[in-house]
Write a protein that binds this ligand. Structure first.
Ligand code: GUE
Length: 302
């Protein structure tokens, strides 16, 4: 039976570390602030956004939620982002995805100031992450997966990591992090056009699945003893559940847990780590502004 990786507990540790850094920054006069822009009322997005703002408050950070109607125009959303880019109380800005169909996400991700882009989705940060420049912001989900592996002492060195999915938010940055010096994995990236997916997944020492198709990965597709990281979060209708739905990952958890060496559950695996790493990116953004201001103040005093 696989060890079940407790993402909730590890995220709690990171959030406690974040809270300590927030306290230090506050003592020096900076309150880290995160702004979340939500357009429309997608029920899953509302849940995520609420957990993000709650996590900020618990860590002693300032958080602001800006809600725009489903019918918001391009100009309205540009205006909202520009306002936050210029607001000195806000260090991190994120536009919750998905956006309604009339709005093209790319335009808005590029509008967020790269210095406040704590999601790491601006091309400037995507590029920095790809070249391994630590000044860039790494997207929270892949950063959270690396942190899970590190804190669970799962060695990535010379291991074969197979990633299923090719998203900009998870798979591409994760591939880059896993193959970087220090992590040293051999990385295979697979996606919907891959012929015979199982042939690849069975070779994985570390299997990461980020597709959003419940049950995609069955036990036969997993090598005995592998580490399985399930990034899927899909709401599946379930009338027997008081909420009317349950959250399912991409992995057939019950069967795969009997074969894998370690596995992340859904919920309670990667999801909570995503939020913890978003907070960490936000304090990094605030720390940079703070350090720049205190250097200036010192130079002025001389
Ligand atoms: N601009 C932007 N940045 C994002 O980071 C972003 C986004 N848009 N759009 C949607 C995805 C998804 N995402 C999750 C965050 C937390 C959980 C999470 O905490 N999940 C809980 C369960 C939550 C529940 O009950 O629904 C868990 O897995 O234990 C899941 C998914 C961030 N995303």
């Amino acid at each position: 039976m696989a060890r079940i990786i407790d993402g909730t507990a590890i995220a709690r540790e990171i959030r406690a570390e974040v809270a300590a850094q927030v306290a230090q920054l506050r003592a020096e006069g900076t309150v880290p602030g995160l702004a979340v822009v939500l357009v429309g009322g997608d029920p899953a997005s509302e849940v995520y956004v609420r957990s993000k703002t709650r996590a900020c408050q618990e860590a002693g950070m300032h958080s602001r939620l800006l809600q725009l109607p489903e019918t918001a125009t391009r100009e309205e959303l540009f205006g909202t982002i520009d306002g936050l880019n210029a607001d000195p109380d806000i260090h991190g800005v994120l536009v919750q995805l998905p956006l309604p169909p009339q709005l093209n996400a790319k335009e808005f991700l590029e509008r967020v100031s790269p210095a406040k882009d704590v999601d790491g989705f601006h091309p400037n940060n995507v590029g920095r992450a790809f070249v391994g420049d630590p000044q860039g912001f790494v997207p929270a989900t892949p950063a959270g997966i690396m942190e899970l592996l590190r804190r669970e002492r799962i060695d990535t060195h010379a291991q074969h990591a197979v990633i299923v999915g090719r998203s900009l938010i998870v798979s591409k940055p994760l591939a880059s992090l896993l193959m970087a010096p220090g992590a040293n994995s051999t990385v295979t990236l697979t996606h919907r056009h891959t012929v015979d997916l199982a042939q690849y997944t069975r070779m994985a020492d570390i299997l990461v699945v980020a597709v959003g198709k419940p049950g995609l990965i069955t036990a036969e597709m997993v090598k005995p003893g592998a580490t399985v990281i399930d990034v899927g979060v899909t709401r599946v209708d379930d009338p027997s559940n008081p909420r009317g739905y349950v959250i399912r990952g991409d992995v057939d958890f019950e069967a795969v847990a009997e074969k894998a060496g370690a596995i992340t559950p859904v919920p309670g695996g990667v999801g909570p780590m995503t939020i913890a790493m978003l907070l960490r990116n936000t304090i990094t953004a605030a720390q940079r502004v703070h350090d720049r201001a205190s250097r200036k103040a010192k130079a002025g005093a001389r």
